[in-house]
Design a protein around this ligand. Structure first.
Ligand code: N01
Length: 540
C-alpha cells in the first residue's frame, strides 16, 4: 500500500511521525519509504556516516557471505540497474560504498543526525506519543519509533582478566581502527566465528606470527569468491525482478538448486556427488544442500561428516586436523564462509592455541597467559568474540512502554515479542530484524525491506482508520514465542552454545531468538495480520 505525499498531518502533539534509529540497510530504507509515504521522519545514527554494521566492521578480509546480487535492495529497479557489484561476495568497503550511494541517490542523509546515540525512548500513555532523547541533547516527540538498530551491533564484553594491562594494541573486529598496521607484528586473535575466520588468513599474510585462540572449532565452507563477468552482470540485470520474486519464495531468500533424491535412501555415491556439487558452489548455501539438514539429525550428520572430511583434507598436521574439526551439529552455530581459513594453519608462522583444552587465564603487559602457566607474547590482541545479539542494543537504552514498563523488565526472563518486530506493552514501537524474526536465518536485506514495508502499511492503516496506536496482544505474543520455541525444538539449533540461543552473554535467558520456519512461512504471518484487520494486535 502506498499513500500520497499530501496525507493530512498527524493530530497528536508529536514533532514527527517517526523516529528511525540506525542508518544501516533497515534505517536507510525506512527513511526513504516513510518519506515517500508523506510521513515526517527524524533519524539518529551513532556513527559519523551511514552503513550500520558495514560502517563499523572493517577488519581485514571483511566481506558479506551472502552473494552481493542478493544482499542488496530490491525496492528500486532503477537502483538495481544502476549499481554493478564487482564480486560474488562484496567487501565491506564495496557494501559501504553502495550504502553511501543509496543515501546520496535518495537524499537520505538530511533526515539523520549522525554521531549521535539515542539514550531513551519513553511512551506517554495519555498522548500516545514517544519522547526520544539523544546524547547530543536533541529530544523528539514521535508517534512511532523504528528500532533499525541491527541484531549484531553491540559487541560483547570480553571479561578477560588483565586485558587493560596489555602494553600492546587491543582491537575489536567490530570496531577496527583504520590505522592499525599489523606488518611484522606478533598478533593474537581470539574467536573463530565468521569474523575470526574471515580475518585470520588475511592477517597471517601481514603479521610476523599469528596465534589463533580457538575455543570451539567451526564449520566453514569455501566462499570461492571471484569477480562477476560482464555477461553475468548483464544477465542478472535483465532477470533481476524475476530473480527477486523467485528468491522471496525460498526458505533462506536465495535461489539454490534442490536435490533430486532423499539423502536417507540415496546411495552414498549419489549423496557424495550432490554434496560435492554443493561444496563447489560454496558458502552459506551448504546449509541448503538438503532441505531438512537443520531438522533431521540423520541428514545433518551426513552433511556434517562430508564437511568434516573436507576440513581434515585441507590441514596437513594430524593433530591440528582434529583440533580444527568441529564436534557439534552442522549449522547449529552460524555457518562460516572462508577463503583459505583451514589452509592458513599449514603455514609455519601461524599457530592454533586450543583454549578449550587450556583456557586463557589472564592477560599481562606482554601477552596472554594460559591456565597451564604457558604464555604467548604478543604486540596486538584482536577480539573477534561476537555480539550481544538481538537484544543488546535495545537493552543499553532506557526504553519505557505503557505504564513505565522498561525493556529490561520486559525481557528479564524471556524475550517477549510478536513476529520479531513488535512487543506487547510497547505500542507504536517496531524493530527491524528483531528477536523472533527470520532475519538472521534469511537474507537480511529483503527481510529488512519487508519489515519496513509492513510498518509503513500499518501506519497507513491506522491513519486511514483514525487509530492512534497498535501493539501486539499479550496472547498473540505468548503464542508467537511458544511457536518460535516449538519450531526451534524440532531443529539442531538448541544443541550448541550459540548467540542464536543467547549463550554468549552471561545471564541472558537461554532461548532460540530467531524464526527457524523459513521465509515464506514467516512472511505469511504478516500477510494474515494485514488482510484480517490485525487480529494479533490491540488497536486504539
Ligand atoms: O562472532 P561469533 P562473529 N574467550 O559470536 C569466541 C555475522 N557476521 O563476530 O564458539 C574466548 O560468531 C567464540 O567461541 P565459542 C554472522 O551472523 C557475518 O564472528 O563461543 N573465545 C567464537 O569462536 C556471525 O555469526 C559476517 O566457543 C571467545 C567467537 O569468539 C555473527 O555476525 C562476518 C570468548 C565469536 O564468534 C557474529 O560473528 C562477520 C571468550 N571470552 C560476522 N567469547 C559475514 O557476512 C567469545 N569467544 C561474513
Amino acid at each position: 500500500m502506498s499513500i500520497p505525499n499530501d496525507r493530512p498531518a498527524a493530530t497528536t502533539s508529536a514533532d514527527v511521525d517517526v523516529v528511525v534509529i540506525g542508518a544501516g540497510f533497515g534505517g536507510l530504507y525506512a527513511v526513504h519509504r516513510f518519506r515517500s509515504d508523506g510521513l515526517s521522519v527524524r533519524g539518529f545514527e551513532r556513527a559519523p556516516d551511514v552503513g550500520g554494521t558495514w560502517y563499523w566492521n572493517r577488519y581485514p578480509g571483511c566481506r558479506c557471505d551472502i552473494e552481493s546480487i542478493y544482499y542488496s535492495y530490491s525496492f528500486s529497479e532503477e537502483l538495481q540497474q544502476e549499481w554493478t557489484w564487482t564480486h560474488r561476495y562484496a567487501t565491506q568497503g564495496e557494501i559501504l560504498r553502495y550504502l553511501r550511494y543509496v543515501a546520496d541517490r535518495f537524499d537520505l542523509r538530511k533526515e539523520f543526525t549522525f554521531n549521535t546515540s539515542v539514550t531513551s525512548a519513553v511512551f506517554d500513555d495519555d498522548e500516545q506519543v514517544w519522547t526520544v532523547s539523544a546524547d547530543n541533547g536533541e529530544v523528539f516527540r514521535a508517534r512511532f519509533v523504528l528500532m533499525a538498530t541491527g541484531p549484531l551491533s553491540t559487541p560483547i564484553d570480553p571479561k578477560i582478566p588483565g586485558l587493560a594491562d596489555f602494553a600492546g594494541v587491543v582491537a575489536r573486529t567490530s570496531q577496527w581502527p583504520d590505522d592499525l598496521d599489523l606488518e611484522g607484528k606478533r598478533v593474537g586473535i581470539i574467536g573463530t566465528g565468521s569474523s575470526g575466520i574471515q580475518s585470520a588468513p588475511v592477517i597471517a599474510e601481514q603479521a610476523a606470527h599469528l596465534y589463533v585462540f580457538q575455543r570451539t572449532a567451526q564449520y566453514s565452507i569455501p566462499a570461492w569468491n571471484r569477480a562477476y563477468t560482464e555477461e553475468e552482470i548483464a544477465r542478472i540485470k535483465a532477470e533481476y525482478p524475476q530473480m527477486r520474486r523467485d528468491a522471496w519464495e525460498t526458505v533462506g531468500g536465495i535461489i539454490y538448486e534442490q536435490p533430486d533424491h532423499d539423502p536417507l535412501t540415496a546411495s552414498s555415491e549419489q549423496r557424495e556427488a550432490w554434496l560435492e556439487k554443493a561444496w563447489q558452489r560454496g558458502g552459506y548455501l551448504m546449509l541448503a544442500s538438503y532441505p531438512n539438514v537443520i531438522f533431521d539429525e540423520r541428514v545433518n550428520a551426513i552433511v556434517g561428516e562430508f564437511v568434516k572430511k573436507k576440513i581434515r583434507a585441507k590441514v596437513h598436521d594430524p593433530e591440528l586436523k582434529e583440533r580444527l574439526t568441529p564436534s557439534y551439529p552442522f549449522g547449529a552455530k552460524r555457518l562460516c564462509a572462508d577463503t583459505n581459513y583451514f589452509e592458513t594453519f599449514n603455514r609455519d608462522d601461524v599457530t592454533l592455541v586450543d583454549i578449550k583444552e587450556n583456557p586463557i587465564d589472564h592477560v599481562d603487559a606482554h601477552g596472554i597467559v594460559l591456565q597451564d602457566g604457558s604464555r604467548v607474547d604478543l604486540d596486538v590482541i584482536i577480539l573477534a568474540i561476537g555480539f550481544h545479539a538481538f537484544t543488546g542494543t535495545l537493552l543499553k537504552m532506557e526504553v519505557r512502554g505503557r505504564g513505565g514498563l522498561t525493556i529490561q523488565e520486559k525481557w528479564a526472563n524471556s524475550t517477549g515479542n510478536y513476529l520479531g518486530f513488535s512487543i506487547a506493552g510497547f505500542p507504536n514501537l517496531f524493530m527491524v530484524n528483531g528477536p523472533g524474526s527470520v532475519g538472521v536465518l534469511y537474507n537480511m536485506v529483503p527481510a529488512s525491506e519487508q519489515h519496513v514495508d509492513f510498518v509503513a502499511d500499518t501506519i497507513a492503516y491506522l491513519d486511514s482508520h483514525g487509530l492512534a496506536s497498535i501493539e501486539p496482544s499479550e496472547e498473540a505474543e505468548r503464542n508467537w514465542c511458544a511457536h518460535l520455541l516449538e519450531i526451534a525444538d524440532q531443529t539442531i539449533y538448541p544443541k550448541a552454545n550459540t548467540w542464536y540461543m543467547g549463550d554468549n552473554v552471561p545471564g541472558k535467558p537461554r532461548e532460540f531468538l530467531a524464526y527457524a520456519g523459513g521465509g515464506p512461512a514467516y512472511f505469511a504471518h504478516f500477510e494474515k495480520e494485514a488482510s484480517n484487520g490485525y487480529p494479533g494486535f490491540v488497536l486504539r
